[in-house]
Every structure is written in structure tokens, then in C-alpha cells.
Write a protein that binds this ligand. Structure first.
Ligand SMILES: *Cc1c(COP(=O)(O)O)cnc(C)c1O
Length: 310
């Protein structure tokens, strides 16, 4: 019933491209195109899901259940990966149903995901034991993947990312939403090189604690070569500014690489801004992860265009 999981994503497609920026900066930056490994299970989401899918299959589950907002890259990826690997999928979506479905949720439904809407008050309880009881009562024996896909199996998957990078680098960067991916990078590098995460959330200090806990629980070690920068959230999760959108457009014109405004655009702006302020040692090489997320642009088009005409 279950596929060979290694045939889902094509890791050889994750090319490494040198980048140019609007102003000269004293470091070299290249981008690792994890967004190209699969049309829907793109970027970091494949790495976070992979060992969860294997575990679910080995334990005999036929359904996956997970959580997310209405524009979630994780919901989108789980629907697609679940279908390819032969699982039924259930998405508990924060908030009320809005019809017609937005492009993210329409894709999820077209890939067989059953959507169940959970109001915001209930949604906040999603990690409590009572909530898990409710899930099992309502949906039976389902393999539960936390919001954003972050658990220790996601850390395991993420720990394999650094070894896929063929070019030399001193620093690796990722956007952080739950800190699962940065924890994987730290676990994989085991104290080698430097890792910088960029929080895409306002009030992202809790991400540092999340990462500490995940890294410790996975590796049984605490590494000190990683940090999470909290300065480039642009107002909060999925909040954008005209400056950010113009940067993303200019970056795309120069490099031919599309970034999303929720995650990778904020990270790349952060790299550029820190570099032009001289906050990296001259001559260092940065590997910036393109963690995908381009599906989310469709749901933000109106907001983005609003900035460009005004
Ligand atoms: C989910 C996501 C992230 C955040 O990853 P975490 O492991 O939750 O920190 C970063 N970039 C993109 C494009 C994402 O979809």
C-alpha cells in the first residue's frame, strides 16, 4: 500500500545558485532551492513530513490528521504527500469556513483532504490531552502531526538538509515559523558552522525555547552555534510592508528566484540588511535555504497588489 518514500521528492532538483543583491554586500550568498524538490510537498515541508509518513505507515495508520491556518503551507504539503503515499488526510483548520475556498484549501480538498473547521478558542487547546481525546473520539485512530509539522521526527528529517549542500559555506539560514527546521539543521550540523534563523512572527522569542527543547530532546546535546533573529517579522505572521514587497520584486528581477512574502522573503531581507550593515564577517559564505511556500502567494495577491499600486 505504501510507496517508496524516497521517490516522492527529487532531491537532485535542489540546485545551488549564487545570489546578487540590490547593493554590494561583503559576503557571498547562495540559495539552496529546496522549493524545487516537489511541485507541492516543497521546501522544508518534505523533510519534516518524511519520517512522520514512514512512522505512520509502520504503525499501521491509514489516516493522518494535522492542523493549520487557512493558508498553511503545511496543510497543502500534507494533503499532497498523504495522497501520494496512500494515506487519508484530515486537516483541522483554524477559524470559520469561507466559501469559495481559498486556493490553499481548494488544493487540499482536491487532494482528498477532509477539512474540519475549529474555532479559535478551541484551536488554542489543540495540544492539550483533552483535545487529543476529542480527536480520537471524532476521527478514530489517526496519526497526529502537530501544527506546522514540528515534532522530533521532523527534526530528524531536517537534520539531513545540511548534508545535501554541495557548496562550501560558513553560515546556513532558514526562516522560522515553529523552529522545527532550524532545530533539524542544528541537530544535523552537531556544532559545526553557524546557523541563523529568522523569525517570521512578532514575539518570536518563544521560538528560541522551542528550538532549545527540540535540539536537546533529539540530540541529547545543546549546541551553541545557532541563533534566531527576531528583527525581521515585518509586523507579524503573514504581515507585509511595501518595503518587503519591493525587495522581493527587485530580488526576483536580479536573480530570477521567487520568494514568498510570509517566510523566505523576510529571511532574505534579513540577510541583506544584516550584510549591508556589516554584521557578518567579511568574505563569509552564506547558504540560504529556499524553504518553499510559493503556494501561499496566490492567497495574498490582493494584499500584495494593494501595496504596489498605492
Ligand atoms: C513552514 C515554513 C517555514 C518554517 O519552518 P519551521 O520548521 O516551522 O520553523 C519556513 N519557510 C517556509 C516556506 C515554510 O512553509
Amino acid at each position: 500500500m505504501f510507496l517508496n518514500y524516497d521517490s516522492v521528492a527529487d532531491l537532485s532538483k535542489a540546485i545551488e545558485q549564487p545570489l546578487e543583491f540590490p547593493d554590494k554586500i561583503p559576503v557571498k550568498v547562495f540559495i539552496k532551492r529546496l522549493d524545487l524538490i516537489h511541485p507541492a510537498v516543497s521546501g522544508n515541508k518534505w523533510f519534516k513530513l518524511r519520517y512522520n509518513l514512514i512512522e505512520a505507515g509502520e504503525k499501521g495508520f491509514d489516516s493522518l490528521l494535522t492542523f493549520g491556518g487557512a493558508y498553511s503551507n503545511h496543510i497543502y504539503a500534507t494533503a499532497a504527500a498523504g495522497r501520494e503515499c496512500g494515506f487519508k488526510t484530515i486537516g483541522l483548520i483554524r477559524g470559520e469556513e469561507h466559501l469559495p475556498l481559498n486556493p490553499t484549501l481548494e488544493f487540499a480538498v482536491n487532494n482528498g483532504m477532509r477539512l474540519v473547521y475549529v474555532n479559535r478558542t478551541e484551536y488554542r487547546k489543540k495540544n492539550l490531552p483533552e483535545f487529543e481525546g476529542w480527536i480520537n473520539k471524532s476521527f478514530g485512530n489517526v496519526y497526529i502531526i502537530p501544527e506546522g509539522g514540528t515534532n522530533l521526527l521532523a527534526v530528524k528529517g531536517g537534520s539531513e538538509i545540511p548534508s545535501l549542500i554541495g557548496s562550501e559555506f560558513d553560515i546556513i539560514t532558514t526562516a522560522c515559523g515553529t523552529a522545527g527546521t532550524i532545530s533539524g539543521l542544528a541537530a544535523g550540523l552537531k556544532g559545526d558552522k553557524k546557523i541563523i534563523g529568522f523569525s517570521v512572527l512578532r514575539g518570536g522569542a518563544f521560538l528560541i525555547n522551542n528550538a532549545k527543547r527540540l535540539i536537546h530532546n533529539y540530540s541529547r546535546e545543546d549546541f551553541n552555534n545557532w541563533s534566531i533573529n527576531l528583527d525581521y517579522h515585518f509586523g507579524g505572521y503573514a504581515k507585509i510592508t511595501r518595503e518587503l514587497i519591493l525587495f522581493i520584486r527587485q530580488f526576483e528581477e536580479i536573480n530570477g528566484v521567487t520568494l514568498d512574502p510570509v517566510y523566505t522573503g523576510k529571511m532574505m531581507y534579513g540577510i541583506f540588511d544584516l550584510a549591508r550593515k556589516g554584521l557578518f564577517k567579511e568574505g563569509k559564505t552564506i547558504a540560504a535555504l529556499h524553504t518553499g511556500g510559493l503556494q501561499g502567494i496566490a492567497g495574498m495577491e490582493e494584499k500584495i497588489n494593494g501595496f504596489l499600486v498605492s
